[in-house]
Design a protein around this ligand. Structure first.
Ligand code: XIL
Length: 398
């Protein structure tokens, strides 16, 4: 009796819940078995063949973003039938993931896709674990932004890459403008790394302990760390991170090391030197902020050169930008380029995962950083999958 009563309550709830989707809820798409009608004041709008969503408006009124939705329908789009993380897993990779940032997490349509583990098995906070966010004043720590991303990832069952402990950029002025003795800065670096790494200990798959240590010619970047401590800041930070979370994989991350050349050689030599000194180093991050049609031709051989050192390698910040406006030809080349990058990772066992530097053009860092450029991500600004999406899937299937 008791069972059947609760069962009918449950049944009533389920059938009610399945009747209509809420505003911003999913209302259709391949594989979708839930409600296909929307609550009043919203209209079920096909964003792509996998995802229809209840957007504000009525059937006779264009939904918000309606004009671009219309134009997107005629633009080349994606037809792949498998999620990006599903494709990565099938290829034997540990994850496929995306960067995200705290302000974006109020955008329900954005979060709905970010939460899909068929697409993303891993998140990287784009800003909220950086030094200016986590220790804005000496000894005053703020974990709130990082916690929000970590808690979202935990709720979804997604891995997290910590980004980052030591970087010349986005430093609070008390660090960048300080004039410290070597002993003082040693203690500051140790305290910072050990405090943030231990705060998230157990929740982080890998940490970018050191970010962007080199100039493009392979010389050391001149910053407060190098200028005060020489190269010693690198082992210092790695050892502090290891002590704070023995299970996190410790990485050094950089750009323009993806193809062979002076900067890649400097990074290879740094890793060899750390290994010979017994300093903990588990991985190298290739950022991969690329330009359509301009990939380094030595990407795969260079991935092989790094993984031959016995470390793992991750593609940590992939995006492939173009000069705007996006044309069909550029979008097609972008698809090929995404496929080439993913294919290079796919071909080398030690390349363990790929993170895109946000999944949608709506929140890409590119337009505000590289004037006149954009459209770098696999989803457009209206959350419609681009041909680039299919390039990623094809890369994992190559
Ligand atoms: C970028 C963020 O995406 C932006 O929001 C921020 O304004 C600047 O930093 N290499 C890195 C990342 O290691 O931390 C950078 O992220 C992009 C380049």
């Amino acid at each position: 009796m008791r069972f059947s009563a609760s069962f009918s309550v449950l049944f009533a709830f389920v059938s009610y819940a399945a009747a209509q989707s809420a505003e911003w809820g999913q209302c259709g798409g391949i594989g979708w078995t839930g409600a296909t009608t929307c609550v009043s004041g919203t209209v079920c709008t096909e964003l792509n063949s996998y995802y229809s969503q209840c957007l504000p408006g009525t059937a006779t009124t264009a939904p918000s973003g309606g004009s671009s939705t219309t134009s997107a329908a005629s633009a080349p789009s994606s037809t792949a039938t498998v999620g990006l993380a599903v494709a990565a897993k099938a290829a034997g990779k540990t994850y496929f993931g995306s960067a995200t940032d705290n302000p974006e997490l109020t955008d329900t349509a954005y979060v709905t896709i970010l939460n899909q583990t068929s697409e993303f098995m891993q998140l990287t906070p784009g800003n909220s674990m950086k030094w200016d966010a986590t220790e804005p004043e000496q000894g005053v720590f703020d974990f709130s932004g990082g916690d929000q991303v970590v808690n979202l990832a935990k709720a979804n069952g997604q891995l997290v890459r910590g980004h980052n402990c030591v970087w010349y950029n986005q430093l609070p002025s008390w660090v960048s403008g300080g004039s410290f003795t070597a002993a003082e800065l040693t203690s500051i670096v140790q305290t910072h790394c050990s405090t943030i790494v231990s705060h998230w200990a157990g929740d982080i798959y890998s940490w970018d302990v050191i970010n962007e240590p080199f100039n493009d010619d392979g010389t050391w970047r001149s910053d407060v760390f190098y200028n005060t401590l020489g190269t010693d800041y690198v082992p210092l930070a790695l050892q502090a991170a290891r002590a704070a979370d023995p299970n996190a994989k410790l990485y050094i991350n950089d750009y323009n090391i993806e193809g062979s050349g002076a900067k890649a050689t400097a990074m290879l030599n740094l890793i060899k030197s750390l290994q010979s000194q017994g300093v903990p180093i588990d991985g190298v991050g290739f950022q991969c902020h690329f330009i359509v049609g301009e990939l380094p031709s030595t990407l795969q051989t260079n991935i092989e050169a790094f993984t031959a050192l016995g470390i793992e390698l991750a593609i940590t910040e992939l995006d492939i930008r173009m000069t705007l406006p996006a044309t069909d030809a550029l979008l097609e080349q972008q698809k090929q380029d995404y496929q080439t990058v993913i294919g290079a990772c796919n071909a080398v066992e030690g390349c363990i995962g790929v993170t895109i530097w946000d999944y949608t053009d709506k929140y890409s860092w590119v337009p505000s950083t590289f004037s006149g450029q954009g459209a770098a991500c696999p989803w457009d600004e209206n959350f419609v999958r681009k041909p680039a999406y299919d390039g990623i899937v094809a890369g994992f299937q190559s």
